[in-house]
Each structure stands twice: as structure tokens, then as C-alpha cells.
Design a protein around this ligand. Structure first.
Ligand SMILES: [Zn+2]
Ligand SMILES: [Zn+2]
Length: 468
């Protein structure tokens, strides 16, 4: 099981404001604090989702170039974690930039002093160190007979409203070698960004007209780990829109067609493509989605969107979603527009931006969504719309992949992008900025991980490897 840590940029800023306060004031003084975390369990990855930073009271810790804490602070933090049903995390800062290794004193503090009492939470201790430049390193401490043993985390992900940052442990996830085939991509995005892209796992859910193009585009820019999820087969009416599909592919699954093409076209040195011919609410597909760093939602069904909406908030995995709407009554084109948006904590969810309606999730489950009488009763804009042509899909797929690049590029010259709506009839892209409605339940699920589950996702192994 690969281990990682994820946090929102709100939590990140709160932690950095505390941990780096002395360095920012030009004082050589370390700082420490506790936090709570909840598990997010994928098929091959366990992520500790940081929830609440527990700042020390003045008399709970001592500063002497290094920093130390009173037992009462540890006891208070464990109490808070237990009341929340969460695990305990311990974070501290170092005066040097970049990835931080564990000093002998750190190993004693985490492994001997904190890890054992932290077991009272039922979850392993997560230790984090932050460099003076905000670069995180992390590890988990597990019971190993009468001792505790330590595992380094592969990555710490900071999931922001406008920016995504990944802090890799280069020992576990080596920096990929520079490749000549990606020369122009390096020159454009910068080697650091390309290095991160090459080490991310990106999922594409729905491999129809838009998803097949998104998959090709991320394969071309050097993403080496790609997860494809779609239970559908290629049908004759897909051939005018699905990238590289031919008549000989009819009857094959969409994921295997895209996988075959990616293995030939991906520019990564060793493409690692996982093709899952199952719906997203299936246990295996759901867990595979939880292994990804970013997901593309290229689905057109409400239930799949509801699952992905849940994952974006509860598991801190940003989802880039889009949709095409065409009005062509009686085969007469009237208008078209398509929309791309990023769904993540602090941003409007897909339910609130009307990409699906809650009622349709239930209707899809009981089969009435496809019942002609149900469809006739829907308002015009809520009907399942299947009209589309290849150039529309190309444009939307491009908008979605560019949202990914915009999200991971660290350039300070980039503006803030909310939802983008391209109106074909007038040739303009309109921004749309909104928050979730006050009654929306998704913001309340941020960082809750495995402790909440959409009712129609049934996991084969609900407890998995979360406990010690
Ligand atoms: Zn240290
Ligand atoms: Zn919402």
C-alpha cells in the first residue's frame, strides 16, 4: 500500500502560518503542532487527509531553537482526535528548504514519545516535516510487534482552490529522466511541472467522445500513470466522435480501445495504464479512482457525477468536469454551448452548478431516468442530451485539459479561473463564479474520507487497511 498525505490549501496555510512564523521573521526557530487526519483508502494507496490543525497554547510548548512540547499538549490533541473519530498527526518545521529527512531527535519524538499514545485513536501516527520553503515530507508509524516501525509517504498533495501542489519523496518516486521526445513540453511547461505531471496518476472517468480525447492529450504531455474507467462498449453511433475508433472496434470495451492507443501514443518512458471496464460506483472502480491525484469527469449520467462530486470533497481529489448542450429540435441546429469547471474544496460543486439533479440520481438507480414518460416530464434543460459532434468534443476536451495545466502551473501571472462556458453561437467564453448553496451537503464532507460513502457505492472491503 502506497502512503500519502493530502490537505486543502486552507489547512496548508494555517499550518504554514504557524510552523514557519519564526523563519518568516528571520529567527532561526523551529515550531511544532498537532493535527487530526482521516483515512482515504484506494485500491493501492492510503491517504491521510489532514483535517484540523490543533495549535499549541503558550504553556504547551517550549522554543529553544528546536521546539519541544508538554505531555498535556499531546494528551489534549489525542482527546480531540478521539472525539472526532480521527487519527493524530504531528507536524514540525526545519530551517532548510526542500524535502526534509528525519533527524535522530525527530525519530525519538515521533517513534518513542508520540506514536504509542497516539494508538489510542485506533489509527497510526502521521508525522510531517515542512522545509522553510513550504516543502512537505511525511511518514506513518505502525505497530510492529512491541515496537513501532516507520514508512515514508510517497507524496504530500495540497489541493487548492486555484492551485494544486505535489511534494514528492524522490526516494520513493524517482524524478523521471529527461526525454528527448518531450523536449517541447519541457520548454513550454518547465521541467519542474513536467516532472510532477510525469509522476501523477490521473483518472479519466467516461471514455466517450470527450474522455477519449482527454486521455490522448494527457498521454501526449507525458503523464505516465493513467486510470481509465468506463463500463461501456464501442457502438456504431460512437464512431463519428470517439478518437481512433474504427468499425473493427465495435463491441470492444471503450477502456481497452483507449488503453491500446495510449500504449502506442503516450510519451512517458514507461506508461502505466490501468483500464477498468466497470461503472464508477463499483467497488473496484471506486477504489481505483481514490488512487488518482486528479480525475476527469467525462460522464453524462447523474449517478456517476454524484460519485465524483463526493470524491472531490470527501477525498480531496480534484475533479475536472464538463458538459456539452446542444439544441437541435427536429434535426435543425439552433444553438450549442459547452462548459468546463474544476470541482474541489472551496469551489462550487456539480450539484450546485446544475450539472446533475439529485432527483435524477435516484431515477437512474431505479431505471426511470430512461423511461420516456419521465423524460417528457423534465424541463427542457434537464433532459439527457446526446446530440454532439466531434469538433464540439475536441473543444471541450481541450478546455478541460487546459484547466489541469492551469491548476498545476505555479506561475504567478496566472489568473483565477472559475467555470468557463463557451457559447458556440457567438464564439465567446463566459466565466461563471459561484459558491455552493447554503444547503449543499458537499462542503461539509471535505476531508471526511472513508467515513462517508454515497449510499449506492458498496465496497467489497469497507475497513481495508485503515486501522493499525
Ligand atoms: Zn526535525
Ligand atoms: Zn454544492
Amino acid at each position: 500500500m502506497r502512503r500519502e498525505v493530502a490537505l486543502t490549501d486552507e489547512t496548508n496555510e494555517q499550518a504554514l502560518d504557524h510552523l514557519l512564523q519564526h523563519y518568516r521573521a528571520e529567527r532561526q526557530q523551529e515550531e511544532l503542532c498537532f493535527a487530526t487526519w482521516r483515512p482515504s483508502t484506494g485500491g493501492s494507496r492510503q491517504t491521510a487527509l489532514l483535517n484540523e490543525v490543533i495549535l499549541p497554547h503558550d504553556d504547551e510548548r517550549h522554543l529553544h531553537t528546536n521546539a519541544s512540547f508538554e505531555p498535556a499538549y499531546l494528551a489534549r490533541a489525542i482527546g480531540i482526535a478521539r472525539r472526532q473519530g480521527a487519527g493524530l498527526a504531528f507536524m514540525h518545521s526545519h530551517p532548510f528548504p526542500g524535502f526534509q529527512r528525519l533527524s535522530r531527535a525527530d525519530a525519538t519524538a515521533e517513534g518513542r514519545v508520540i506514536a504509542r499514545p497516539a494508538r489510542a485513536t485506533g489509527l497510526p501516527l502521521v508525522g510531517l516535516t515542512v522545509g522553510s520553503d513550504g516543502y512537505w515530507s511525511a511518514r506513518t508509524w505502525h505497530r510492529n510487534g512491541s515496537r513501532v516501525s516507520m514508512d515514508w509517504c510517497s507524496q504530500v498533495r495540497v489541493v487548492g482552490i486555484h492551485q494544486y501542489q505535489s511534494f514528492f519523496n524522490d526516494d520513493l518516486v524517482p524524478v523521471p529522466e529527461r526525454q528527448q521526445v518531450l523536449q517541447r513540453t519541457y520548454e513550454t511547461l518547465g521541467p519542474d511541472v513536467q516532472r510532477n505531471l510525469a509522476r501523477m496518476r490521473i483518472g479519466v472517468i467516461g471514455l466517450g467522445s470527450v474522455g477519449s480525447i482527454v486521455a490522448e492529450a494527457i498521454g501526449r504531455i507525458g503523464v505516465s500513470q493513467i486510470t481509465l474507467i468506463d463500463h461501456d462498449e464501442v457502438k456504431p453511433h460512437n464512431l463519428d466522435r470517439m478518437l481512433f475508433a474504427t468499425t473493427s472496434d465495435v463491441g470492444d470495451t471503450k477502456v481497452s480501445l483507449v488503453e491500446r492507443n495510449l500504449l502506442q501514443h503516450a510519451t512517458a518512458a514507461k506508461p502505466d495504464i490501468e483500464a477498468i471496464p466497470l461503472p464508477i460506483q463499483d467497488s473496484v472502480a471506486y477504489r481505483a479512482a481514490l488512487d488518482c491525484d486528479v480525475l476527469f469527469s467525462c460522464v453524462d449520467r447523474p449517478l456517476a457525477r454524484d460519485v465524483l462530486n463526493h470524491i472531490a470533497y470527501a477525498h480531496l481529489i480534484p475533479v475536472i468536469d464538463g458538459g456539452i448542450s446542444v439544441k437541435a429540435p427536429e434535426e435543425q441546429f439552433r444553438s450549442a454551448h459547452w462548459r468546463a469547471h474544476l470541482v474541489a474544496p472551496g469551489r462550487e460543486c456539480m450539484r450546485c452548478n446544475r450539472q446533475y439533479r439529485s432527483g435524477d440520481v435516484g431515477a437512474e438507480r431505479d431505471g426511470s431516468l430512461d423511461d420516456p414518460s419521465y423524460i417528457d416530464d423534465l424541463p427542457d434543460n434537464a433532459r439527457q442530451q446526446n446530440q454532439n459532434v466531434f469538433p464540439f468534443s475536441l473543444s471541450l476536451a481541450s478546455m478541460e485539459v487546459n484547466r489541469l495545466l492551469h491548476y498545476i502551473l505555479p506561475s504567478p501571472s496566472l489568473g483565477k479561473i472559475y467555470a468557463q462556458d463557451y457559447q458556440f453561437n457567438v464564439g465567446a467564453i463566459y466565466p461563471r463564479q459561484a459558491d455552493c448553496r447554503d444547503t449543499c451537503r458537499f462542503p461539509g464532507r471535505v476531508g471526511q474520507g472513508d467515513s462517508t460513502l454515497p449510499p449506492y457505492v458498496e465496497l467489497d472491503d469497507p475497513v481495508a487497511a485503515a486501522s493499525e
